[in-house]
Design a protein around this ligand. Sequence first.
Ligand code: ADP
Length: 412
Amino acid sequence: MESGAAFADPGGREGAGPVRVLLVEDNPGDARLTQEYLDESGAHFETRVAMARTLEEALLRVNAEEFDIVLLDLSLPDSRGLETFTSFYEKARRIPILVLSGQEDEELAREIVKRGGQDCLPKDILSAPLLRRSIRHGIERKHTYEALRSMQRQLIQAEKMESVGRLAAGVAHEVKNPLARILMGIEYLSEGIEPEDPNIPLILKRMEEAVHRADAIIRGLLDFAADRTLSLEDTDLNRVVEQSLFLMDYEIRSKGVELEWEPEAELPKVRADAGKLEQVLINLLLNAVQAMEGREGVRRLTIRTGLSRVSNLLHDEGVRRGMRLREGDAVAKIEIDDTGPGIPSDQLGVIFDPFFTTKPSGMGTGLGLSIVKKIVDLHRGRVTMTNRPGGGARATVQLPCGPAAAGLLGAM
Ligand code: ADP
């Protein structure tokens, strides 16, 4: 089989390998014919075909291997008719399914497409060109559908974040004043009474701590909900990092953390609000230090600046906020590496959500990263948290920088 280039790879799949087809067919004659049609398509795109003869076997295979498309016969030894399609679809929604049916049945074909199948082709009219076209369109349609779904999910998430912001502002205003009054009362009582009950000072202390904690959460909420305006200036990121490290100095040293600071000497200035960026860095540094607290072995914080180009941008990332970073754009970046435990993969998608925290009560509010994201978004930048291959987490802040940077990047 040749891997031809008569038209683009179906569905814009990544990498140009063969189209991985699972052919679910129990009739050897039909299977051979379909295989022949697929072989004939080799001049257009190469296929790699795996076979399954029963529904059970097909489900086992899709769970164990990656496929680009499934060609599904509905009459199998362990399942028949529409039931075959629905059972398969339930377990393998992510793969496009092309049904090959024994007879022409308009009603059945409509039902299959309505339920999420890509197409239903009667075997007696099947030909190599028809099969080829259906495979291409099936993969492409599924790809577009998944991209739209992902964009929709991101939009819903962005809507949710906005409502949380509005809600936060409302709640904060309602609660801040009563808290301040309670605190004043506690302070007054602490000074003014001669308690006979030895527990009273302790109770007052606890109440005071509780008020301070609630107050910290509310300040965080207000910070998150604040309609920020940036005061942008040409900013030296190395200086912002140094100022943040200066503020964090005690925290870093008292936790026995080694610090490595690797500034990029040729870093061009970026348009940024230095004060807000300090807030970003302090939040990220605090998280890194806290992640390493009490851990055995080396506790090392590495912070570096550099120039790079945007890559691996989710295609719909930041669209709603009008973020202008595009794949390949020149950016100034700040990386913060720690040697903590890293972030469990199932939490990577939620750590920027307001109130998500894994820290014990009293330690974290879960607002730090959501504030970080909000500030970086306002700079039309990008912030990511990833796990480093050698262990530990990496926070990366990328900020757009002008054409001078593109020139420097070329020279690097
Ligand atoms: P908080 O620090 O109050 O919990 P954040 O929004 O700053 O709130 O962080 C949310 C969560 O993200 C943390 O509770 C922690 O589980 C995770 N996290 C953030 N940074 C790191 C890191 N450097 N290493 C491991 N986990 C982290």
